[in-house]
Write a protein that binds this ligand. Sequence first.
Ligand code: SAM
Length: 261
Amino acid sequence: MNDSIYILKNYILHRIKARGRHSLHSPFVFDLYESCVSDPAKSSFKESIEKIRKDLLADHSTIKIEDMGAGSRVNNSAQRKINQVAKHSLKSAKEAQFLACLCQKIDARKIIELGTSFGITTAYVAKNNPQAQLHSVEGSPEIAAIAKVNLKELEISNTTIYQGNFDVVFPELLKEVEADIIFIDGNHTKEATLRYFEMALDHINKKGLIVFDDIYWSIGMTEAWQSIIKNSRVSISIDFFHLGVVSLNEDYTKQDFKLLM
Ligand SMILES: C[S@@+](CC[C@H](N)C(=O)[O-])C[C@H]1O[C@@H](n2cnc3c(N)ncnc32)[C@H](O)[C@@H]1O
């Protein structure tokens, strides 16, 4: 089955199986859904961040990409136009605001993001969580350089961008930072996703959350997600189709949710 058909088939199945807020008996998930999905607060930073996205989407200049991940479905050449990279790799405003809201809900102080790209999601999270320190990792030097410029333009000072391979930078970061939340949005292979999950397990706050992007991007990514939610350390899992959230909080009864975003 080709990848687009695989994603479409799973999207249809998700729409059929996913439930809304009335099915939520977990207070934690209900509260999270109410605040971050049903009725999210409007971010006052949206306009300035979306202006940067718009500029990226209008930028036809070429940059050199050092791909350290699973590659792109659309264009795997080493030289790519900024607008094309922006079009195909950035999360929507809705998803980025959801992640920012998730951090607010758990009052996250330490956040790790694997996959900065141009810093759009990073910006939503950092601006809406001034109490937190955000550590974001990007492998491609020219992309990381643009992200740094964008964060500077937005006057973001609670974020550090590390340029390097996740496999090298992430274990080093985990030695220093006990994270409250970790976003994994890059290197979408089954092996890498499971590797980062295993690395995170012993270095994340007991009540911490891990968010995986693109859990239906490929059969391998879905297998990784299925294996993660079965892990005995995971209490609650929430499958939002485009992304999956797991909680390691032992106070919650084990439950798996499929929800619409
Ligand atoms: C999907 S994009 C991230 C999008 C970003 N989170 C957003 O929504 O604005 C994934 C990024 O991860 C980077 N990446 C992939 N694999 C990597 C690896 N092994 N080490 C470092 N960076 C990697 C890619 O260069 C790419 O910029």
